[in-house]
Design a protein around this ligand. Structure first.
Ligand code: AMP
Ligand code: MG
Length: 340
């Protein structure tokens, strides 16, 4: 009888979800959104509800920020170039953040690159190499300083357009973290197609190991052991097409030239607290090239970075000295710590 009672109580504990493991209950989900595969893993008593809500949040933001969905707010802004467009507070704030980074990076990050991206066939996938005249004409419509924003209103000049592809996933990561925290999640890892955001530590208290991809081939060149941070990479390898001339044309455009950035960098990984900053900076620093990127880090700080050159050489900023290690097979790579 006593045994039966103990057994019944045990079953009740398991069913009511109060077991000792429930605190770290894992919920993992993979979805396709924003043109990429995303993986969300959260631990906690409400992990399932949290991941459900996070997925809904991602789809909500995709609908809002997509460059290809004609219903998105971004498409509405672009469709009304030359007129004043009313936008949500959220999009208005995100545009302000994007314009601020543009100004800080001297235009290396510029969401008004959209007309030029379109000529190259990004993001539609109808790739082509634009002629010099059409490129020069599209370049006259590029310039973040021409965007007017005021109190939930945006005005673009005729011919202009915006593309939030360089910042949207980072912003989405920040929103997802916010959603997860509403469900008491203190341990999670979200990977929004190369934009990784770690919440707290692993459930056992250990650091998260985030792989930094080898830009040349599948596999990781190094590992970052981190907690509570965003790890966001931009690289030419993420999206490109091969021109008939044998050249690879990738999706990160130098707003100074209208051509894919050719700075000698193969990838830039930013480690910082906020996704929205990490995402926009990874794109901007990729455009700038190593020397200007280091100058930017020295002047502004607030983040750490891994730079991988086309030569294969690796540079990391001082703050990653302890957390970055080369993957096996890459031990002979040149690795330089940028001190100050
Ligand atoms: P990311 O992978 O974060 O570096 O973002 C690259 C995406 O940002 C591209 O696919 C474009 O949608 C957009 N983009 C390309 N060049 C720039 C640029 N110079 N500034 C801002 N966004 C850009
Ligand atoms: Mg980016």
């Amino acid at each position: 009888m006593k045994k039966l009672l103990v057994f019944t109580v045990l079953i009740l504990i398991i069913l009511s979800g109060c077991g000792p493991d429930n605190e770290n209950k894992e919920e993992s989900r993979q979805i396709f959104a924003m043109d990429t595969i995303m993986t969300l893993t959260a631990y906690g008593t409400q992990s399932e509800e949290a991941v459900d809500a996070a997925v809904a949040e991602i789809y909500r933001l995709e609908d809002l920020l997509s460059a290809t969905d004609p219903e998105s707010e971004v498409s509405q802004i672009n469709g009304k170039a030359g007129e004043v467009t009313r936008v949500s507070r959220e999009v208005s704030d995100l545009l302000e953040s994007a314009l601020e980074i543009s100004s800080l990076t001297d235009g290396a990050f510029d969401i008004t690159i959209a007309p030029v991206l379109k000529l190259w066939g990004f993001p539609s996938g109808e790739y082509r190499i634009p002629g010099p005249d059409e490129l020069a004409e599209a370049m006259t419509c590029v310039g973040y300083e021409k965007v007017r924003t005021a109190d939930e209103e945006v005005t673009l000049l005729p011919g202009m357009g915006i593309d939030l592809g360089g910042i949207a996933k980072g912003y989405t990561g920040d929103c997802v973290l916010n959603t997860l925290s509403q469900f008491g999640i203190t341990s999670a890892l979200i990977n929004l197609g190369g934009n990784v955001q770690a919440v707290g530590t692993k459930p056992d208290g250990g650091l998260w190991n985030i792989a930094v991809r080898d830009p040349e081939e599948d596999g990781s060149i190094g590992i970052l052991a981190v907690s509570d941070t965003a790890v966001i990479t931009s690289g030419g390898y993420e999206r490109y097409f091969e021109g008939g001339d044998g050249v690879r044309y990738h999706h990160i455009i130098d707003p100074g030239t209208g051509y894919p950035a050719d700075s000698g960098l193969a990838s830039v990984t930013i480690v910082c607290g906020r996704g929205v900053i990490g995402d926009s900076l990874s794109t901007a620093l990729f455009v700038m090239g190593l020397d200007s990127a280091i100058d930017y880090w020295r002047t502004n700080g607030g983040f750490e970075a891994v730079f991988i050159m086309e030569t294969g050489d690796i540079y990391i900023t001082r703050g990653l000295g302890e957390s970055f290690s080369l993957s096996s097979g890459y031990e002979s790579r040149s690795l330089t710590v940028i001190d100050s």
